[in-house]
Ligand binder design. Structure first.
Ligand SMILES: NC(=O)c1ccc[n+]([C@@H]2O[C@H](COP(=O)([O-])OP(=O)(O)OC[C@H]3O[C@@H](n4cnc5c(N)ncnc54)[C@H](OP(=O)(O)O)[C@@H]3O)[C@@H](O)[C@H]2O)c1
Length: 229
């Protein structure tokens, strides 16, 4: 039995990960930016003592620190940062929402670094901690399509956050990984996407369960293949 923290647990891939870990009997700390509106998460957690819901807005540094303070310094074996935003519809240079770019940077790039900082002690307490950042293939330099300035750059930057963490934490008992979850049928991915949430979440969990320290700094696909940088 592991203790797993899912950041961004109210919908989509994060919610499905809560469901799957809870079904396996793991202890789950499910984080939601608005706990009062987390209806689907409330349904999944209902009656399961091993699932607790914590408020954490990844775009708000004070909210991250407050969550860390409440949760305390107990061991957490896996921290999975799933929370992310697409950045809106104005993502070309000719039609660009600059404020949305800043907001998206806060959520997709800076927030994951601050979550890593806030919960480092819990991962160390595990003795074999694993931090995974759910990013995207669009953050890879090999991604062939243009446009999407906001989403692509904030995901490229968080890939780098993960890589830097793996280097800075090379002597810590923490494995850091970056994950492209596939094109998934969620609010973000749309109904026509290739994978169900069940397929993506179970693939991600399989990858996570097989990681060891030597894998730290790798960028994966949901099916376990390495992703090109
Ligand atoms: N779906 C895809 O095809 C796809 C492909 C590549 C990468 N990804 C990445 O996979 C991750 C999950 O995507 P998804 O498809 O499951 O998206 P989704 O269905 O849109 O769900 C996004 C999740 O992130 C949470 N979130 C957003 N901003 C937050 C904040 N400031 N603080 C805390 N939580 C926040 C949302 O919470 P609220 O309910 O409060 O908004 C929700 O739980 C994202 O990082 C996304 O970029 C997805």
């Amino acid at each position: 039995m592991s203790t797993v923290m899912i950041v961004g647990a109210t919908r989509g891939i994060g919610l499905e990960m809560v469901r799957q870990y809870a079904a396996d009997g793991d202890i789950v700390i499910a984080c939601a930016r608005d706990t009062g509106a987390a209806t689907l998460l409330d349904e999944v957690a209902a009656g399961i003592e091993s699932v607790t819901i914590e408020q954490l807005d990844i775009a708000d540094p004070a909210s991250i620190d407050a969550a860390a303070e409440r949760i305390g310094d107990g061991a957490i074996d896996k921290v999975v940062i799933v929370a992310g935003v697409a950045g809106g519809n104005q993502q070309t240079l000719d039609d660009l929402d600059i404020e949305a770019w800043h907001d998206t940077l806060n959520a997709n790039t800076i927030g994951p670094a601050l979550v890593a900082r806030a919960f480092k002690r819990n991962l160390i307490a595990s003795g074999n901690g694993s931090l995974m950042i759910i990013s995207s293939q669009v953050g890879a330099s090999t991604w062939p399509l243009g446009g999407m300035y906001i989403y692509s750059t904030t995901k490229a930057a968080v890939n780098r956050v993960g890589k830097i963490l793996s280097i800075d934490w090379k002597d810590e008992p923490i494995t850091v990984s970056i994950m492209h979850p596939g094109w998934v049928q969620t609010d973000m991915g749309g109904a026509q996407a290739e994978l169900t949430v069940e397929e993506s979440a179970s693939g991600i969990r399989t990858v996570l369960s097989g990681l060891t320290k030597k894998d730290s700094g790798n960028f994966y696909k949901w099916n376990g293949e390495l992703h090109a940088w």
